[in-house]
Design a protein around this ligand. Sequence first.
Ligand SMILES: NC(=O)C1=CN([C@@H]2O[C@H](COP(=O)(O)OP(=O)(O)OC[C@H]3O[C@@H](n4cnc5c(N)ncnc54)[C@H](O)[C@@H]3O)[C@@H](O)[C@H]2O)C=CC1
Ligand SMILES: O=C(O)CCC(=O)C(=O)O
Length: 526
Amino acid sequence: MSKVLVSDPIDQAGIDILSQVATVDVKTGLKPAELIEIIGEYDALMIRSGTRVTQEIIEAGTQLKIIGRAGVGVDNVDVPAATRKGIIVVNSPEGNTIAAAEHALAMILSLSRHIPDANASVKRGEWDRKTFVGAEVYKKNLGIVGLGKIGSHVASVAKAMGMKLLAYDPFISTERAEQMGCQLVDLDLLFQQADYITLHIPKTPETTNLINAKTLAKMKPTARIINCARGGIIDESALAAAIKEGKIGGAALDVFDSEPLGESELRSLGKDIILTPHLGASTTEAQVNVAIDVAEQIRDVILGLPARSAVNIPGLGPDILEELKPYMQLAETLGNLVGQLAGGRVETLTVKLQGELATNKSQPLVVAALKGLLYQALRERVNYVNASIEAKERGIRVIETRDASARDYAGSLHLEATGTLGTHSVTGALLGDKEIHLTDVDGFPINVPPSKYMLFTLHRDMPGIIGKLGSLLGSFNVNIASMQVGRKIVRGDAVMALSIDDPLPDGILDEITKVPGIRDAYTVTL
Ligand SMILES: NC(=O)C1=CN([C@@H]2O[C@H](COP(=O)(O)OP(=O)(O)OC[C@H]3O[C@@H](n4cnc5c(N)ncnc54)[C@H](O)[C@@H]3O)[C@@H](O)[C@H]2O)C=CC1
Ligand SMILES: O=C(O)CCC(=O)C(=O)O
């Protein structure tokens, strides 16, 4: 049974899902050295923001197939190191969107009305109404940096509160921003005009220290900054200095350069600053959402299925995956089949996406075909993450072509593998209730669902040949489950595809090719 390590607090709903397919160990608060010592036993690791998954931990995770981040940001995972080792990294892109957006909105209002400090003063027994005179957000400019999922929800609520919305996001169109009631502006203008600046961007080399002494100097002296995105996007000492010197009005921070926050001058800035311990996603609802979302993906990967929100599989988003999932299985089966027919070392794989598969969204099918092709060589070590890298390292040239006009089936996939032993091709489609069918082998039309053990022959279409092959297989106690012949012309060349109940015993292939009329025979295990 597979083993999953949960190294941060995760809602029980997630643990229950994982327990259906694996032994689950919950061990929170591990030191890096302790994690390194035990990670080698586990097939999957599930984390929140508390665990930093370094290259060292990934190297020690010799069995790891998947790292699941129950949340959005994966900046606490060395994703390139995981990708190099073929480890899938998944997150929950939407599970905590509302929670994080509502936390940012709560910060805006709390900061404006000094709620945390006013509350503390009443609890101390005071009744001070002068110190805590606040400001209204109505008709104030809110500058949203990052108009993605969280930024967009903040925008819609802030709009309802009567705020004027400015947004900066280089990857969002003006039309999309306008739909959300935001005026898309450049960053300098946003800094100059905003009364509130809220950050909803990932931490990347471009966004690190985006708020620094220079950018703080551009802001209004009353501007308030909210960071519920990531620590490190703000230079904390420059921010503390700007608040102390009255260069800006205040800040509300949920995330910090180093967490938990240690000694910091931010703690001593009074009512102009609010600090929360990375609570953006800490609602009951969000924790259930992210735990279920990520646990389901870990379960799927353990069961050999693709994950819907893998961050290191290019082009595979949840909606695309939903559509492509059955075709990914088709691509993988065909890749595995053509690799075995080609035998030897494959040098070129041509992937032809036909009919409705000839869209740009179909890129993951090429990866799935490569995964199938490399399965014989790498077994479980090849997956959707590393298939392209492994193919490249083996010098396999991949040619991708598209033919939207092909109309034999709604969508079909044609693979051709050329290697040291020659060229073979297979075509397949999904028929009926999305059942995989082989529709062509080496240019000969057939229509068979693939089975675990198969035998293919290339032979002369002539009387008696099927009977001879049947008797030969019978003499070796091989039971035929189904058989079909594909030919282009009567008494020309033909292909026979047989499904057999057991693997073909050693030595029998040579006997088959000795049958008069049979030129070649191939056995495959799918
Ligand atoms: N405090 C907390 O507990 C939580 C924090 N987060 C943080 O919030 C961030 C945003 O989350 P989502 O909205 O779900 O992500 P998202 O991916 O939907 O949106 C991020 C947006 O930032 C934009 N962006 C990227 N680089 C940018 C740049 N240099 N300048 C301006 N915009 C840029 C992208 O175009 C995108 O629209 C996450 O990266 C995560 O770090 C998320 C959830 C909870
Ligand atoms: O796990 C958490 O509570 C933090 C959530 C977070 O920061 C994220 O989802 O990016």
